[in-house]
Structure formats: structure tokens, C-alpha cells
Design a binder for this molecule. Structure first.
Ligand SMILES: NC(=O)c1ccc[n+]([C@@H]2O[C@H](COP(=O)([O-])OP(=O)(O)OC[C@H]3O[C@@H](n4cnc5c(N)ncnc54)[C@H](O)[C@@H]3O)[C@@H](O)[C@H]2O)c1
Ligand SMILES: [Zn+2]
Length: 373
């Protein structure tokens, strides 16, 4: 008979604290967000206190300031036209665009310093205008300064408008690991301006399409949003507790490839490769019908993606392909057991909890040979 080691008369009294936190934020689709006659931004700022003059600080991706009318100038004009509703705490601050801003904590610190110097409080607005990287870095600072300052995102790339900008996460890279430091923090509002993406170079337009292909392949965005919101709602816990993440299809290797190439490969480009790889693996694992992998690869190539990169075949000290370490990183990042979304068909995500390394090596070899490597 096993003795129960728990004392029965301990003087313990447990009270449960429970609350639900409803989240909602508007995602506004507009054109010419800084056209002085466009009220979209003004309306969003005044959503909660219509009579107040709101303090605002803008952080602007330096990739945007190259245009004909420097963006910072347009923002100042917009603020002047709406001076009754908003006040710039300082001139728009230009920050480095792309992965650079996420890979050096110095930038996070200097954004934080700015908010300190300007006495930005919880009712002021921190607005980020830029690609997913700038949104992630500025979003992290906004979420952690005073434990959360109102944050508005104005995404300017395809990927940021269809994926990261409308999500609830932020983060920066540390120890060479993507998004190692970050928080879950819903924004105050998101403004998607079509004019920004029309002005993008082809490479960036294409990179953003990978996430659209991903959603088509797993068709889970609505379901995922539902599950995510339910999780946040239960017990008011804003942290993900499950390890299943259907929208991370193709991402375990993508994040590793981005780090391995020191971000010369864009996120969307890496996701395209990761999806091709996991499609082939799905076939080898007997989940996906043979030939469907080729269809997916053909679509991605038609869109302009390269489906091989030499860094994929980089070996570590053990002789093993380094990219495979991405599986461990991925599990660590999400916590719990390894959960990888594969394909059971086009439009059907299937979760598995183990990856056969030899089979993954074969999938990689297939991609390499396909690309003539
Ligand atoms: N938080 C999330 O939920 C989430 C989700 C997916 C991706 N991400 C992150 O997003 C980042 C990738 O974002 P991205 O694909 O938007 O690229 P990016 O932010 O890296 O920007 C790419 C380049 O485009 C420039 N740029 C931005 N807007 C432009 C415009 N309108 N015209 C010309 N140039 C412009 C930038 O300066 C940069 O040089 C990655 O760090 C990724 O991890 C985050
Ligand atoms: Zn992604």
C-alpha cells in the first residue's frame, strides 16, 4: 500500500483570484493615412477621450524616409492640421528598419530613453510606422514602459499588414535567437495604409506573400484567432499555455535559417523555404499525397521565391545539419512538447509531436536536388 505523504491538517487556505480581460482593437484599412484630410488616425487617437489633446510620439522606419516627401515631414503636417486633437511630443524619430533594430538591444534602449526623456505616460501614444521588425521593437518598448503605454501600429510592408501588424506579439532577438525576448500585448489600434505596400520594392512585396500562401495551406487563421482569444479570456492570462500553433507552419526552420544567414534571408523568404521543406516531409511521412509537395513548390516559385539556400546544408561540429537545431529552438520557444504543423492535404493542417531527423534530411536533400544543388 502506498502511503500518502501529504499532511492532512496543514493550515492552508487558498483563495482564487479570477478575472477576465476583454481585448478589442480596431484594424482600419485606409489609403493616405498621413493625408491631412484623412481622419482615420485622428479618430483612433480620440476613440476613448474625444475632447482631449493627446500626446503622441512617432517612431518611423528609415526605409520609408527615402521617398519623395519624407514621411517625417508629412507626419508633422498631419499633426499641425489636427492640433486640436494631438500634440507631437517631439519630431518623428527615425529608427533603423529591418532586422537590425531587433538584433541590437542598444536600439531598444534608446527608444526607451526617448520615452523617459519625453515623460511619455500610459495615456500617451507610441506610434510605430514601419515593417514588422520596427513594429516588433517599438511594440516591445511600448508594452514594457510603465508596464504598457498605448501603442498604435502603422505597418508598411505586405507581411506586416497581413500578419505581424494585426497580431498581439512583439519581440527582439537575443543570443542569436529570433524573438527570444518579447511580450504578448494587443495594440491600441492598427492602421493599414495600402499606399505603403504599393511603394515597396518587388523583393519585399514577394516576401510578404509567403504568409498568405501559408494561411491558404492551413486555412486556420479564424480558428487560430478563436483559440487564441479563448485562451487569453480564460483566467485573464495573456500568455499562451498550449504548444499548438498552426500559424507557425513552415516556421521552425525559417527562424533558424534567418539566424543562420544573419537575416540576409527575409522572414517571408525563409517561411517559403520552410513550407516547401515541411510539404516534402509531409509526403515522406505519408501524410500528404505525393505530388502535392511539387504543387506547393511550383506555386512558391511562380510567386518568385527561391526554394534552396546554401545555409540549409551547413553542418555543425557533430556533422549534423545545423538547421535541424531549429526543432529544439522551436520547442523551447513555445514550451511544452514539440508541436509541428504538417500538411494532411492542401488546406489541412496536421499536428505532429516528433520529427524523424533522417526523413527531414531526405526532405532537405530533395529540395537541394530540385534546385539543381
Ligand atoms: N510579432 C509578430 O507576430 C510577427 C509575426 C510575423 C513576423 N514578425 C517579424 O516581422 C519581421 C519582418 O517584417 P517585414 O517582413 O515587414 O520586414 P522588415 O521589417 O524586416 O523590413 C524589410 C525592409 O523594408 C523596409 N521597408 C519597410 N516598409 C517599407 C516601405 N513601405 N517601402 C520601402 N521599404 C520599406 C525596411 O526598412 C527594411 O529595410 C521579422 O522580424 C519577423 O520576425 C513578427
Ligand atoms: Zn511568419
Amino acid at each position: 500500500m502506498a502511503a500518502d505523504a501529504r499532511p492532512t491538517q496543514a493550515r492552508t487556505d487558498t483563495h482564487w483570484q479570477r478575472f477576465a480581460v476583454p481585448y478589442e482593437f480596431p484594424v482600419v484599412f485606409t489609403e493616405g493615412v498621413f493625408d491631412p484630410e484623412n481622419p482615420a488616425l485622428r479618430d483612433v487617437l480620440c476613440r476613448l477621450e474625444p475632447a482631449k489633446r493627446h500626446r503622441v510620439v512617432f517612431f518611423v522606419d528609415d526605409g520609408l524616409n527615402a521617398g519623395r516627401t519624407p514621411l517625417a515631414e508629412a507626419i508633422v503636417k498631419y499633426a499641425q492640421r489636427h492640433a486640436d486633437a494631438m500634440e507631437l511630443a517631439c519630431a518623428p524619430v527615425v529608427v533603423p528598419g529591418g532586422e537590425k533594430i531587433k538584433s541590437d538591444l542598444h536600439f531598444v534602449e534608446s527608444i526607451q530613453q526617448k520615452l523617459f526623456d519625453l515623460h511619455i505616460d500610459r495615456h500617451s501614444y507610441v506610434i510605430a510606422v514601419g515593417g514588422g521588425a520596427v513594429l516588433d521593437a517599438v511594440g516591445l518598448v511600448a508594452a514594457t514602459t510603465h508596464r504598457g503605454v498605448r501603442h498604435i501600429r502603422i505597418p508598411t510592408t505586405v507581411l506586416a499588414q497581413n500578419d505581424s501588424g494585426v497580431g498581439v506579439k512583439n519581440g527582439v532577438n537575443l543570443q542569436g535567437m529570433k524573438n527570444f525576448v518579447g511580450t504578448f500585448a494587443p495594440p491600441f489600434a492598427v492602421l493599414n495604409d495600402l499606399e505603403f505596400v504599393m511603394a515597396l520594392p518587388d523583393r519585399d512585396k514577394i516576401a510578404g506573400m509567403a504568409e498568405a500562401v501559408k494561411v491558404a495551406l492551413i486555412r486556420m487563421i479564424r480558428r487560430c484567432a478563436e483559440l487564441h482569444m479563448r485562451q487569453i479570456g480564460q483566467g485573464g492570462d495573456p500568455f499562451e499555455t498550449g504548444s499548438a500553433r498552426p500559424l507557425d507552419y513552415g516556421h521552425w526552420s525559417a527562424h533558424k535559417l534567418e539566424s543562420l544567414t544573419r537575416h540576409h534571408v527575409r522572414h517571408g523568404e525563409a517561411v517559403a523555404l520552410g513550407m516547401a521543406l515541411d510539404a516534402r516531409y509531409s509526403v515522406l511521412a505519408g501524410l500528404l499525397a505525393p505530388g502535392e509537395d511539387e504543387r506547393i513548390c511550383a506555386l512558391l516559385e511562380y510567386l518568385g521565391f527561391d526554394l534552396w539556400h546554401p545555409a540549409l546544408a551547413k553542418s555543425g561540429a557533430s556533422g549534423e545539419w545545423v538547421i535541424l537545431d531549429g526543432l529544439r529552438d522551436f520547442q523551447e520557444h513555445l514550451g511544452g512538447e514539440l508541436t509541428i504543423t504538417l500538411l494532411g492535404g492542401i488546406g489541412v493542417g496536421v499536428e505532429v509531436h516528433a520529427i524523424d531527423r533522417e526523413r527531414m534530411r531526405q526532405a532537405m536533400q530533395w529540395l537541394k536536388e530540385r534546385a539543381g544543388g
